[in-house]
Design a protein around this ligand. Structure first.
Ligand SMILES: Nc1nc2c(ncn2[C@@H]2O[C@H](COP(=O)(O)OP(=O)(O)OP(=O)(O)O)[C@@H](O)[C@H]2O)c(=O)[nH]1
Ligand SMILES: [K+]
Ligand SMILES: [Mg+2]
Length: 364
């Protein structure tokens, strides 16, 4: 039996197994098996052929966004609208057959936007260019899932399932589980909170499925067996995802309003250029980008040339992004902006900066 058949057998068995206390362990085991086979699918095959490799496009700029969606939802139209790059758009499916990179210039940042072929159900199993598209998605900082607002909601769920099945986790934090394989000593099982979805026996069973007999497992939150499997496999990517509903020129205003209220969702019309400014604002937000200005003593801040950084960075990162030796020479910094109580305020190297802060670095 090939891996694909094994996967489909297990999926069928999971579907026909009733979910209750008595079948809990059995289901946990099935899920562990399923995840194991699926991750084998992701491994590059030794015989050549479909290696599951992405399209060869160099990463560039401050962040990378992958456009994922069914055919003809308007991905190429969006790329041509937001960037200087043209990507052929047409009313037939699979117009785009390769990866076409463009650059969104926004607030001084260069955001790489990747137009990709449409994916279809079964993409993860190798249908169409699915695996290549998915391989590119894994390298992105954000998935921009484009949907046709005139199509049923189930389209979104199908796409999510495809990405889920290849280990891409959307808008989910990494499960807070400490896991370490050991050389001996059996299983050390601990938790810092009450566990309602998993117990020691289940953990042991799942680990045995991966031939792991000695390990340290510490749950810091109430995780599910699936989350434990994710941590064991360690090949999952956790990405923010924006659902962009295109073609709102074709639906009623009530419908637009309803969709726009869903979490992580933005409504646009590429053809009518509706709401694209808002899309860029949200994109910036979801990429956790910030812009920080530097200022030399006695001179105005350099507002033309901000530093593009990520939320949560400190004065130390600011130093590094200017020159690698600067951090070691820093005495203190003066900061104007929302990260301080006073403007300016004298801060140390570990001070966290905010979007739009002005920073003056004082050397020793
Ligand atoms: N009504 C309407 N049509 C749109 C909009 N945006 C794109 N389209 C149309 O949708 C069709 C498909 O657009 P594409 O940009 O080729 O879609 P795609 O997702 O790149 O398609 P593939 O490359 O085939 O996967 C074209 O006929 C576009 O003109 C929109 O905002 N409203
Ligand atoms: K198309
Ligand atoms: Mg296209």
């Amino acid at each position: 039996m090939g891996i694909l058949e094994k996967i489909s057998e297990i999926e069928k068995e999971i579907a026909r197994t009733q979910k209750n206390k008595a079948t809990e362990y059995h289901l946990g085991l099935l899920k562990a098996k399923l995840a194991k086979y699926r991750s084998q699918l992701l491994e590059p095959s030794k015989k050549g052929g479909d290696k599951g490799e992405g399209f060869d496009v160099l990463k560039s700029g401050d962040a990378r966004v992958a456009l994922i969606g069914f055919p003809s939802v308007g991905k190429s139209t969006l790329l041509s609208t937001l960037t200087h790059t043209h990507s052929e758009a047409a009313s037939y499916e699979f117009t785009t057959l390769t990866c076409i990179p463009g650059v969104i210039e926004y607030r001084g940042a260069n955001i790489q936007l990747l137009d990709l072929p449409g994916i279809i159900e079964g993409a993860a199993q190798g249908k169409g260019r699915g695996r290549q598209v998915i391989a590119v998605a894994r390298t992105a900082d954000l998935v921009l899932m484009m949907l046709d607002a005139t199509k049923p909601y189930v389209h979104r769920q199908l796409l999510e399932k495809e990405l889920e099945s290849v280990g891409i986790r959307l808008n989910k934090p990494k499960p807070n589980i400490y896991f370490k394989v050991k050389k001996g000593g059996g299983l050390s099982f601990n938790s810092t909170c009450q566990l309602t979805k998993i117990d020691e026996k289940m953990v042991q069973m799942i680990l045995h499925e991966y031939k792991i007999f000695n390990a340290e497992v510490l749950f810091r939150e109430d995780c599910t067996p699936d989350e434990l499997i994710d941590v064991i496999l360690a090949n999952r990517v956790y990405l923010p995802c924006l659902y962009v509903y295109n073609k709102i020129d074709q639906i009623s205003i009530q419908e637009v309003d309803r969709i726009a209220r869903q979490p992580h969702s933005v409504v646009v019309s590429c053809n009518m250029k509706l709401n694209l400014d808002y899309l860029l604002e949200i994109l910036w937000e979801y990429l956790s980008l910030i812009r920080v200005y530097t200022k030399k003593p006695g001179q105005p801040p350099d507002f033309d040339d901000g530093l593009i950084l990520r939320k949560g960075v400190t004065v130390e990162h600011v130093c590094h992004s200017i020159h690698r030796t600067l951090a070691a020479q820093l005495k203190y910094a003066l900061v104007w902006g929302t990260s301080t109580k006073y403007s300016p305020q004298r801060v140390g190297i570990n001070h966290t900066v905010n979007d739009e802060d002005v920073v003056q670095l004082i050397k020793k």
